[in-house]
Ligand binder design. Structure first.
Ligand code: GAL
Length: 825
């Protein structure tokens, strides 16, 4: 029976390599104790030399086959523990090592791998010993080897280094299931089918174990389709037929489809039987769904769905790619539930299985692509790119969330021979999914099924997107915008309001245009989160500030453009792209203010007075599901008791709005003439006229200057926000993404420190240090006293293997300390 044991704790790490480390007896006692996932160096937040993480290092672990180990977690009915030593064959499964490695067990070389994003397994049966400790040594090369994709050219992201995804020891019988691949059939019919391709390892891999062992009559396969643990259908026992046997489930009735809003996941349980007893089992989640890009858009389960997505780099501050499963899963949830996306592109490489598991579970669609960035190397490089592509597809081809394979190096030039090969490989390994290949080239050779195009034409003007027909060279082809914005308008979360507001509008303009063109399947913005990068890119501090959120995952206004497209029943959203301060914008031009919201209407109050009701601005944003509400008048009903006639009040409101939008110099004759007449009629001198604007427009000297926005959905208050130009740093708020961590595996959660004003909004001008103290079974990454940037900073807190309570306290000068507790269970 298969037993797997996570090799995540007890590792030793040296930031160097020497042949002498590979022996079974080298002294590693002085090396650092580390956990996997691990980054080879903790980096500063920004402004560092990217070569800091490009070096060779060594990881070593002493492990025993006699430890009690668990099995694949999906099956509760297997006896709970046994030792791996009772099995015949042993493997090391690596999820990813950046970017190449060599592995030794007890001083003998077990194998290696090159390419930092895909998994590999090494059989170590002949190298391990029962009843005594075994020494595992992994020499990791994190230099940017030009023969390994994505390296060889320049690169607008960092790859960091180390064993940054889990490693497991797997012990098996002589024969075992090496792969299970699931293919749904007749998915939209009442009676559906499922083909289960089960591959068996008969040994003989590496020429060592079980060579010559052949399928015999005593071995068979059986599969069950389960829903919430209950069998829905079962295949008959099928004798093994060579390496791969197809088990067919047919006439499946009452099957629920996997939909983004209701991602029904079944489980397929495959057993390898020997004389009727299970010799091995694998459980794979499966969702029944169809996904098709057509010239008239993307169709999921036969229904058109506009793909609203963002690109994601899997990097985090300080530790790069090395984040445990919980953080990966949280990120998928954040993209779907907080940002309201229905698709993520894993730019520009295969991402963590934990992240993709969450995408399957929550119904977030994925466009996954092979590693690369503009550069295509020579033959060795291409061979490695093909290997990475194959490894990615073999790893992920049963996942319902993945709807498209990216088989071109992002933004590379046409290369017929190479891209014929990548397309052929993808179609051979997975005939059910379409291919795309992200390009910036117009009229490039379309060897893929979908023309996936990075469209950066929008520069703030009226043109939001290029015409798909023109880009594809006049052909009607399935078409997807895979990037927009990004470097066209880098925006820091601590930039001024005008820039942040324009950043949001730019994302909205592209979304609106894409939604308005039925031939566009969707638009994937660049990008979800700011990211560390090489010196050739970004703002000069090794950060590309292209995210709709910063590196700590704190949203900028542009994030609310996406979030506000959510259905309000999921979550009401109301985010004004303004601080409502009188002098933050150039020329004190407070208006207009976009409020990114999914509410039907927003009622605005100024102080105790009601200004009026504002509705979504459909005229300017005809295609967005939820256009913003645009506040273009801060006077509204507040003049009703002023004694001015209705007509005069209209003129005052309009002229005041114009001044607050364009300044007095921006008034036209059409504004000035009626207002002059109003002054004459009401015998107002210049000072009195000016006073109207300072009282009602700017509200200079007013006692209560707050703005309150009440979002209404179906006639009911759904959300309320208050803003005030008198805001100050009123309190430090500390929160964590998760209330507890597990002690059983490396685990982490984000802890966010926010300077809040008296209205509960982030006070972006707070810039002091947060002194963080942690007590209990945990640690945090990054500086001890980080500075607030734009009123926020975060860290990730990691638990240890001891249960208990982590207490985190934080203090900023002059404010009450704040804190939280995180249980480690
Ligand atoms: C694209 C590229 C992305 C990123 C982006 C910045 O050309 O594909 O990786 O560099 O530009 O806007």
């Amino acid at each position: 029976m298969r037993r797997t044991h996570a090799l995540c704790r007890g590792w030793r790490f040296a930031p160097r390599f020497s042949e002498s480390f590979t022996g079974p007896d080298s002294d590693i006692s002085s090396w650092d104790s580390v956990e996997i996932p691990h980054t080879n160096i903790e980096l500063p937040y920004n402004g560092f030399d990217e070569t800091l993480c490009q070096f060779q290092s060594t990881y070593a672990l002493d492990f025993s086959l006699d430890e009690k180990v668990g099995e694949e977690p999906a099956f509760a009915d297997i006896p709970p523990t046994a030792s791996a030593a009772s099995e015949k064959r042993h493997f090391l499964d690596f999820d990813a090592v950046m970017s190449a490695c060599e592995v030794w067990v007890n001083g003998s070389r077990a194998g290696g791998h090159s390419g930092g994003f895909t998994p590999f397994s090494l059989e170590i049966t002949d190298l391990v010993r029962e009843g005594e400790p075994n020494r595992l040594v992994v020499a990791v090369d994190s230099t940017e080897d030009p023969d390994i994709p994505p390296f060889g050219g320049v690169l607008d992201f960092l790859c960091y280094g180390g064993i940054y995804r889990p490693v497991r020891l797997r012990s098996q019988g002589a024969l075992f299931l090496s792969d299970v691949w699931l293919r749904g059939l007749d998915i939209l019919a009442d009676r559906k089918g499922l083909d289960i391709h089960a591959s068996v390892d008969y040994g003989g891999g590496n020429g060592r174990v079980g060579a010559g062992l052949a399928p015999s009559a005593s071995f068979a396969l059986r599969a069950r389709l389960l829903r919430e643990g209950n069998p829905v259908a079962e295949s008959l026992e099928t004798p093994l037929r060579g390496k791969t046997t197809i088990l067919e489930l047919r006439n499946l009735r009452g099957i629920r489809l996997w939909e983004p809003d209701d991602p029904e996941l079944y489980q397929v349980d495959v057993e390898l039987l020997r004389d009727g007893r299970a010799e091995d089992r694998l459980g794979i989640p499966f969702g029944f769904r169809t996904a098709e890009f057509r010239p008239e858009g993307f169709f999921l389960n036969g229904k058109r769905l506009f793909l609203r997505g963002l690109n994601r780099h899997q990097s985090y501050p300080y530790v790069g790619f090395a984040m445990p499963a919980r953080v990966q899963k949280r990120e998928a949830l954040f993209l779907k539930r907080e940002l309201g996306l229905n698709l993520v592109r894993t730019s520009h490489y295969p991402q963590s299985p934990a992240f993709l598991d969450a995408c399957d579970e929550i119904g977030l669609l994925v466009f996954e692509e092979l590693p690369g960035w503009q550069h295509v190397g020579e033959a060795v490089w291409k061979a490695k790119a093909l290997s990475a592509l194959g490894e990615m597809i073999l790893r992920d081809r049963s996942r319902p969330s993945i709807v498209l394979w990216g088989v071109r190096v992002n933004e590379s030039k046409d290369d017929s021979a190479f891209y014929r090969d990548t397309n052929a490989l993808a179609r051979r390994l997975d005939p059910d999914r379409q291919t795309g290949g992200v390009r910036y080239l117009e009229k490039s050779e379309l060897l893929e099924d979908v023309y996936t195009f990075n469209d950066f034409v929008h520069a703030g003007g009226r043109i939001a997107l290029k015409s798909p027909r023109r880009v594809s060279g006049g052909k009607r082809v399935p078409y997807l915008v895979t990037e927009h914005n990004g470097h066209m308008y880098p925006t820091k979360r601590f930039d001024n309001e005008e820039r942040l507001a324009e950043h949001a509008r730019r994302h909205a303009r592209v979304l609106d245009a894409a939604m308005g063109d039925p031939s566009i399947s969707g638009a994937i913005g660049w990008c979800a989160f700011d990211y560390n990068t090489h010196k050739d890119f970004g703002s000069g501090d090794r950060i590309c500030y292209h995210g709709v959120c910063d590196m700590f995952r704190v949203p900028k206004y542009a994030a609310a453009v996406y979030a506000s497209q959510l259905d309000p029943s999921v979550r009401p959203v109301l985010e004004a792209a303004s601080l409502f301060a009188k002098g933050e914008r150039s020329g004190a031009r407070l208006l207009p203010i976009e409020v990114w919201t999914n509410c039907d209407e927003v009622i605005l109050y100024r102080g105790a007075e009601r200004v009026g009701v504002f509705r979504p601005e459909r005229k300017s944003w005809p295609h967005l599901e939820h256009p913003p509400v645009v506040l273009g008048d801060l006077i509204g009903e507040r003049l009703d008791d002023s004694g001015f006639s209705a007509g005069d009040r209209r003129i005052i409101r309009r002229v005041s709005a114009r001044i607050m939008e364009r300044g007095a110099a921006g008034l036209s004759l059409a504004d000035k003439i009626p207002f002059g007449y109003l002054m004459l009629k009401n015998r107002l001198g210049y000072a009195a006229a000016e006073a109207i604007f300072s009282t009602y427009g700017m509200a200079w000297g007013a006692k209560d200057e707050t703005f309150e926005l009440v979002g209404m959905v179906a006639g009911r208050e759904a959300i309320r926000r208050r803003y005030g130009p008198d805001s100050r740093f009123a309190r430090l708020d500390v929160s964590s993404d998760d209330p507890s961590l597990s002690s059983r595996e490396p685990d982490a959660t984000r802890v966010l420190f926010r300077a809040l004003d008296q209205y509960g909004n982030i006070f972006p001008f707070a810039s002091g240090c947060v002194r963080i103290a942690l007590a209990g079974p945990g640690r945090f990454i990054g500086p001890r006293s980080p500075a607030l940037v734009g009123g926020c900073v975060a860290t990730w807190v990691f638990g240890t293997d001891s249960p208990g309570c982590i207490e985190i306290s934080a203090q900023c000068d002059g404010l009450e300390p704040a804190g939280i507790r995180i249980d480690v269970t």
